[in-house]
Ligand binder design. Structure first.
Ligand code: AP5
Ligand code: MG
Length: 213
């Protein structure tokens, strides 16, 4: 099963993807995580991407399309994958369709996780992530047992550099202008499944599983 998780920054794409990975045994393919990994390694691609990420804009289409094209052909993706944060522009979606055409694949469901923008800033500024295993937390909505320490592996929790108020504002504007049109794109392709992304994280997981069947 090939799935796209669509939604604004802070909608819970990463949170739900990590839960879905355990249920469906298909990898989470997060372009944001891939770009942050490249930056951590200090690759030219990572350093270039940082400029766009810190400004709350989008990394050029050609860069992320290249990453995804390579990633979905890895052995662990033969049974399907969950795209998180990709595509993010209509051009990326069109290019994805063309790549999948050549691979003889298709997207089964596009899950649109819908959260009012008034709730997103608080979710993002309170997010904490484990440096070691990538687990996600929230200082209020999903706090770790011990402040600053990952419940799962004991690793150090950090705050993403783009989770400050000014960058979040730009990210939300970028979403409205460049990513939101994808709702219409996938609606027209009859692939869109809308999910209410407000409520308990496990309830939202249940809603997603219901539409995935
Ligand atoms: P990326 O890493 O994808 O960031 P994003 O899209 O802004 O999304 P987030 O990761 O912020 O949100 P999320 O929906 O995953 O939320 P989460 O589950 O963590 O991209 C970063 C940057 O990379 C982009 O700005 C861009 O520059 C670049 N980039 C990436 N992909 C690109 C592409 N395809 N093209 C071009 N550029 C690209 O949840 C957030 C918080 O809320 C957590 O603390 C969580 O605990 C909490 N939370 C989750 N669910 C709930 C709930 N139900 N109730 C309360 N709190 C909740
Ligand atoms: Mg994410």
């Amino acid at each position: 099963m090939n799935i796209i998780l669509l939604g604004p920054p802070g909608a819970g794409k990463g949170t739900q993807a990590k839960r879905l990975v355990e249920k469906y045994h298909i990898p989470q393919v997060s372009t944001g995580d891939m770009l942050r990994a490249a930056l951590k390694e200090g690759t030219p691609l990572g350093l270039e991407a940082k400029k766009y990420m810190d400004a709350g804009g989008l990394v050029p289409d050609s860069v992320v399309i290249g990453l995804v094209k390579e990633r979905i052909q890895k052995p662990d993706a033969t049974g399907g994958y969950m795209l998180d944060g990709f595509p993010r522009t209509v051009a990326q979606a069109q290019e994805l369709d063309s790549i999948l055409g050549t691979l003889g694949q298709t997207i089964d469901h596009v899950v649109s996780v819908e959260v009012p923008s008034s709730e997103l800033l608080g979710r993002l500024t309170g997010r904490r992530t484990c440096r070691a295993c990538g687990a996600g937390f929230h200082v209020i909505f999903d706090p770790p047992k011990k402040e600053g320490v990952c419940d799962k592996c004991g690793g150090e929790l950090y705050q993403r550099s783009d989770d400050n108020e000014a960058t979040v504002q730009s990210r939300l504007e970028t979403y409205e202008a460049q990513t939101k049109p994808l709702i219409d794109y996938y609606q027209k392709a009859s692939k869109l499944r809308r999910i209410d992304g407000v409520g308990q994280m496990d309830d939202i997981l249940g809603r997603i599983q219901k539409v995935l069947g």
